[in-house]
Design a binder for this molecule. Structure first.
Ligand code: NDP
Length: 454
């Protein structure tokens, strides 16, 4: 491809969506550059999915040592060292940063270190360099929404939680989304007392109601304290370095660290979006059409900086499809139906398709199948933990509309369930499937009794 621009395609942000799009575009023969002002790999690699999962693994050992006793293990003298986990995680992240660097290099993508700002619709300034590109992709991601209550300056967000100098004895987490419940699990498993504050009746809005209630009950059994219908009014630092959190209802909670996880906001600061007249949505995300095209036709955006679900695989799929379409002569689109998702809380959640309430709201008559049981492992471990599994089935077509699980391995189990749902599986298909015994997942193919029906 030849034109008067320095690059055929220039990508802003070397996170999941940007790197994939850059590599695929280069593989189609485009001359591609990418700008990144921070570590390669974006939120997922550096401040999200990967370090979070490593911490979750670390945290799972806490209760697992207790479980082991019932199986005959003597686990006296077990202790935990936070700097070891934190620093081993950081080493692994550095290794991944290196892999991302090689991926870009091997694909022939030129990396420019720095944040990009639009000078005009085809020109970007990155540090001291000024480059031009025929097509530009904004894949600059998102960052934690900063809290605004008095004392917010004392509060950490998820970015900081990955690098704490020392583990607190007590933590108070604000928010009722993925990040708050995942970090509640991480800290609790590492022996930290957790208070979780959420402003409405029950956390995890949008998830199936049974899952939300079930997880809250399981967390409370473990000793994580949930405060629902409660929000932070202010945070004061005490003279001994601890914090006094005053809630809107007047309640006060003492803690050693306050962590706010109230959603994420798009990274558009410094882009110069307004200078070139780039249209934003009301929530500050970049407005795009179904082809990821902004109001300026040669400028595109994918991933967390747009309004699509903030999930790594979604950003990757979008970046890939866009590059195929722009430079590979294809006409690909991304399927946003039935996106399975997992929450690495304790017990973890895996979910795909419609919740019971959403299925009804969409006009389906539903049959509900559900079971809750003590996992076989905990008959000997003595751990007081249950598993919940639930199917939402369309009564008229027999199609399985939703699969929901809160229990060990739910994130692993839900992925193949997503394939089944995408193939349009019916309850009869589930029933005709031979169970794998003894597993928890076999319950999904052996639930015969309708729990409730419309
Ligand atoms: P979420 O959007 O999941 O949840 C935000 C939470 O904060 C909600 O409970 C929301 O309440 C509450 N909230 C929002 N604004 C305020 C406010 N002003 N004051 C008090 N509470 C508020 O955000 P997270 O930060 O947890 O995660 C961000 C995104 O990152 C997720 O949506 C997800 O897409 C992605 N993610 C995915 C993970 C995974 O796949 N496992 C893991 C971590 C993150 P309400 O519901 O009442 O609005």
């Amino acid at each position: 491809m030849m034109n008067d621009y320095d690059y055929d395609y220039f990508v802003i942000g070397a996170g999941s969506g940007g790197v994939r799009s850059a590599r695929i575009a280069a593989s189609h023969g485009a001359k591609v550059g990418i700008a990144e002002g921070s570590d390669l790999g974006g939120t997922c690699v550096n401040l999200g999915c990967v370090p979070k999962k490593l911490f979750a693994y670390g945290s799972d050992f806490g209760p697992a040592f207790d479980d082991a006793k019932g199986f005959g293990w003597n686990v006296q003298g077990v202790s935990f060292d936070w700097p070891t986990l934190r620093d081993n995680k950081t080493k692994e992240i550095s290794r991944l940063n290196g892999i991302y660097n090689n991926l870009l290099k091997n694909a022939g993508v030129e990396l420019l270190n720095g944040y990009a700002t639009f000078r005009d619709e085809h020109t970007l300034e990155i540090g001291d360099e000024v480059i031009t590109a025929e097509k530009i992709l904004i894949a600059s991601g998102a960052k934690p929404r900063p809290p605004t209550f008095p004392g917010a300056e004392h509060v950490i967000v998820s970015d900081h939680a990955f690098y704490l100098d020392k583990l607190p004895k007590r933590i108070l987490i604000q928010g009722g989304g993925y990040i708050s419940v995942e970090f509640a699990h991480i800290f609790h498993g590492l022996g930290v007392h957790v208070d979780l504050i959420y402003r409405d009746t029950i956390f995890l809005r949008g998830f199936d109601s049974d899952l939300r209630d079930f997880l809250a009950a399981e967390m409370n059994k473990q000793g994580c304290v949930t405060h629902f219908n409660c929000d932070i009014d202010s945070v004061e630092k005490n003279s001994d370095g601890t914090f006094l959190v005053t809630c809107k209802d007047g309640n006060q909670i003492e803690t050693d660290l306050v962590f706010s996880a109230i959603g994420r906001i798009p990274n558009t600061d410094g882009l110069g979006a307004e200078d070139i007249g780039l249209e934003l949505n009301d929530n500050g995300t970049i407005a795009v059409n179904e082809n990821y095209q902004t109001n300026i036709p040669h400028i595109y955006a994918v991933g967390d900086v747009t309004q699509t679900p903030n999930l790594t695989p979604v950003a990757i799929a979008e970046g890939h499809a866009l590059a195929d379409n722009l430079f590979g002569g294809m006409a690909r689109s991304v399927n946003y139906d039935n996106i399975a998702t997992a929450i690495f809380c304790q017990p973890p959640i895996g979910t795909i398709g419609l919740s019971e309430d959403d299925a009804r709201a969409k006009g389906h008559n539903v049959d509900i199948y559900k079971t809750s049981f003590k996992p076989m492992k905990h008959t000997l471990s003595g751990r007081d933990e249950k598993t919940l599994m639930k199917l939402v089935v369309d009564k008229d077509t027999d199609k399985v509309l939703g699969v929901h699980m809160c229990g060990a391995d739910a994130p692993e189990i839900i992925q193949p369930m997503a394939i089944a749902l995408n193939c349009g599986a019916t309850k009869a298909d589930f029933d005709a499937t031979m169970p794998v015994h003894p597993t928890a997942s076999e319950e999904f193919v052996t639930m015969r009794e309708v729990f409730s029906t419309d």
